[in-house]
Design a protein around this ligand. Structure first.
Ligand code: PLP
Length: 391
């Protein structure tokens, strides 16, 4: 099974068939499990065998199928699925950290990730140093002998800063710190985070893994020791378990993940080039373009420029006119969806930040984030171009 290539793994890995031999994976919509005898119940509580379950907060066959499939894709020893991407981030960080620990984090983070690192960790006595994630000298200066872990998004939301993952991992590992990375924007298809030196990889499955905007979910991947010894005890007692139904949706999302994100990335590259030609666009931010500030890093560590891009327009009025005139894309805040999604970060996802905080992250009133969907590239280009003309 480990010899299989990506698409084969995504179709078959993790599947468990019941005595009925169903073709499509069953949904085991059960919170508990019946034991054949009192002795069997006792034995299971002493030690859980392969494919044995006790309670769905600890594990469930459908959830295990999803965990096995994504672990196979990622080349990870183990995975633990969670109720949302944020349950995964929370679990990965809080399961490892204690008062007195030191964390170095990139400051360009998804809002809820920033809340955990900036507000919650310090409340529990964890010291946090923020760095500009694209500046390796800042990482070198910030990581200390007593640093427990470093945390970053491999590609940041919404302006697509790209972290040099291998270089940051080398800096962290030289001081004995673990590397914890949120790889949502890059997707498990385009970035082999473990090969670049990441120790713990986190996904919001809500995004590309579902890919059709239906369910919340998340997953943490790492070594068997870390997942079973550190993460699982924390998550199974604090309740961030993924529901079996959502796991089934995510499992089937994985089946088509490779095909979908490759189509989306190919369209994103075309759309980025087309929008760059437009007079209303001051700047296109797409890591696959040579004018992106970290293009070289991106090309080294990612197979494509990804499915996300951002454009800088003159201001809020122009951005709103663009959003309101677009007909193919929808205005929303999810990403990785089959539908192209247009987001105005400064008035929605990043509204709670101050103007100064937004500017420090590169978010201006004219920033529009575009998550490229599965529509026809020519339709998207002509629609987004006419919408820009309305600006
Ligand atoms: C969406 C997102 C999350 C949180 O995921 P949820 O499933 O919404 O909880 C975390 N990190 C990044 C980069 C995201 O885009």
């Amino acid at each position: 099974m480990t010899d299989w290539n990506t698409r084969t793994k995504l179709v078959h890995s993790g599947a468990r068939r019941s005595q009925y031999g169903e073709v499509a994976e069953a949904i085991y919509l059960t919170q508990g499990f019946v034991y054949p005898s009192a002795e069997a119940a006792e034995a299971r509580f002493i030690e859980l065998g392969d494919d044995e379950f006790i309670y769905a907060r600890y594990g469930n066959p459908t959830v295990a199928a999803f965990e096995d499939r994504i672990a196979a894709l990622e080349g990870a020893e183990a995975a633990f699925a969670t109720a949302s991407g944020m349950a995964a981030v929370n679990g990965a960080l809080f399961s490892m950290l204690k008062a007195g620990d030191h964390v170095v984090s990139s400051k360009a983070l998804f809002g809820s990730c920033l809340h955990i690192v900036e507000n919650l960790l310090p409340r529990f006595g964890v010291e946090v140093t923020f760095v500009d994630g694209t500046d390796l000298d800042q990482w070198r200066a910030a990581v200390r002998d007593d640093t427990t872990l470093v945390f970053f998004e491999t590609m940041s939301n919404p302006v697509l800063e790209v972290i040099d993952v291998a270089a940051v991992a080398e800096i962290a590992h030289a001081k004995g710190a673990l590397v914890v990375a949120d790889n949502v924007f890059a997707t498990p298809v385009f970035m082999r985070a473990f090969d670049l030196g990441v120790d713990v990889v986190i996904y919001s499955a809500t995004k590309h893994i579902d890919g059709q905007g239906r369910c919340l979910g998340g997953v943490v991947l790492g070594t068997e020791d870390y997942i079973r010894g550190t993460l699982e005890p924390y998550l199974k007692h604090t309740g961030g378990a993924l529901s079996p139904f959502n796991a089934w949706v995510m499992l089937n999302g994985l089946t088509t993940l490779d095909l979908r994100v490759r189509a989306q990335a190919a369209t994103a590259a075309k759309v980025a080039d087309a929008l760059a030609e437009h007079d209303a666009v001051a700047q296109v931010l797409y890591p696959g373009r040579t004018d992106h500030p970290q293009h070289e890093v991106s090309a080294r560590q990612m197979e494509t420029g990804g499915t996300m891009l951002a454009v800088q327009l003159a201001g809020k009025e122009e951005a709103f006119r663009f959003l309101n005139a677009a007909k193919v894309g929808v205005i929303s805040n999810n990403l990785g969806d089959a539908r192209t999604i247009l987001t105005h970060p400064s008035t929605t996802t990043h509204q709670r930040l101050t103007e100064d905080q937004r500017l420090a992250l590169g978010i201006t009133p004219g920033t529009v984030r575009i998550s490229i969907g599965l529509e026809d590239a020519d339709d998207l280009i002509s629609d987004l171009s006419q919408a820009l003309s309305a600006v």
